[in-house]
Design a protein around this ligand. Structure first.
Ligand code: ADP
Ligand code: ADP
Length: 229
C-alpha cells in the first residue's frame, strides 16, 4: 500500500562540451506510504527536483523503476497522470489566460465534462475567487503559486507532489499554503513536498526522507527520524 515506490532510481545528466556528466540520483530506493504527508528534505543540489521531475514525467530517468499507486510511470504514462498532481517550482503560467480559464483548460485536458468541473470551488479553496477573471500579469507571486496548486488538483489526484512550495513565499501565504496542504492530507490525499527547511518538514510532515548528493540517507516516521539526528 504505497503511494509511490522507487527502486534503484538513477539519473545521470549527460555532459556537454562545457559540462561534465552529473549523477543527480544514484540508486534511490524509496517507499512513500499512502495517506502520508511526506517531506523530501535536503540541501540545494541534492537531487530533489530531479526526483520530482521524473515522477512528473518531465525528466527521463537513466535506470530504475518508479510506480505511483502501482502504476509504472514509463509503461503507463496516461494512467500515471491521472493519479498524480505536480506543482512545479517555477511560476510558469500562460500570460493571456485568467485563473478560471487556466483551470477550465486543465479540466478539459483531463477529459472532465463541464458539469463535473469544480472550478469555483477550487478557486475558493486556494483563495483566488477575487482574481478568477484577472490576467496573469496582475497576479502576485503568491497568487501564481496558488494557481499552480489549484491546477494540480483539478483531476482530484490521490497524490500531490509539490516542489519547494513555499520557496520565496511570504510568511502569511506560507501559513495558508501549509493549512491547505494539511487539509488535503486530512481528506486522504498523499502529500509529498520537497524542502530545504528542517523546520518545514518538522512542522508539517509525518514522514521524512533525507536526500543528499543523490542518495536517500535516511527515511522514517518523523519522530523516529528526528531522534536519530
Ligand atoms: P535539488 O532540487 O535538490 O536542488 P536538483 O535535482 O535540481 O537538486 O539537482 C541535482 C544535481 O543535478 C545538481 O548538481 C544540479 O546541478 C544537477 N542538474 C540538475 N538539472 C540538470 C540539468 N538539466 N543538466 C545538468 N545537471 C543538472
Ligand atoms: P523568506 O520568505 O525570504 O524565506 P521570510 O521572512 O518569509 O523570508 O522568512 C522568515 C524566516 O523563516 C527566515 O529565517 C527564513 O529562513 C525562514 N523560512 C523561510 N521559508 C521557510 C520555510 N518554508 N520553512 C521554514 N522556515 C522558513
Amino acid at each position: 500500500a504505497f503511494a509511490i515506490e522507487l527502486e534503484g532510481l538513477t539519473k545521470v545528466y549527460a555532459g556537454s562540451r562545457r559540462m561534465l556528466p552529473k549523477r543527480a540520483l544514484e540508486g534511490v530506493d524509496l517507499k512513500i506510504p499512502r495517506g502520508s504527508f511526506f517531506a523530501l528534505l535536503g540541501p540545494n543540489g541534492a537531487g530533489k527536483s530531479t526526483l520530482i521531475n521524473i515522477l512528473a514525467g518531465l525528466v527521463v530517468k537513466t535506470s530504475g523503476t518508479a510506480h505511483v499507486f502501482g502504476v509504472d510511470i514509463d509503461a503507463h504514462p496516461r494512467r500515471a497522470r491521472r493519479v498524480i498532481g505536480v506543482v512545479p517550482q517555477e511560476l510558469n503560467l500562460d500570460a493571456f489566460f485568467t485563473p478560471r480559464e487556466a483551470l477550465e483548460m486543465q479540466a478539459g485536458l483531463y477529459g472532465i465534462p463541464p458539469a463535473e468541473r469544480r472550478t469555483d470551488e477550487i478557486l475558493a479553496a486556494v483563495g483566488l475567487s477575487d482574481k478568477a477573471d484577472a490576467y496573469a500579469r496582475s497576479l502576485s507571486g503568491g497568487m501564481r503559486r496558488r494557481l499552480l496548486v489549484a491546477k494540480a488538483l483539478v483531476h482530484r489526484p490521490p497524490v500531490v507532489i509539490l516542489d519547494e512550495p513555499t520557496a520565496g513565499v511570504d510568511v502569511e501565504l506560507r501559513r495558508s499554503l501549509w493549512a491547505y496542504m494539511q487539509e488535503l492530507n486530512r481528506e486522504g490525499v498523499t502529500v509529498v513536498l520537497t524542502t530545504h527547511y528542517l523546520e518545514e518538514a518538522e512542522q508539517l510532515c509525518d514522514w521524512i526522507a533525507i536526500i543528499d548528493k543523490g542518495h536517500v540517507v535516511a527515511c522514517d516516521r518523523k519522530e523516529q527520524l528526528l531522534r536519530q539526528l
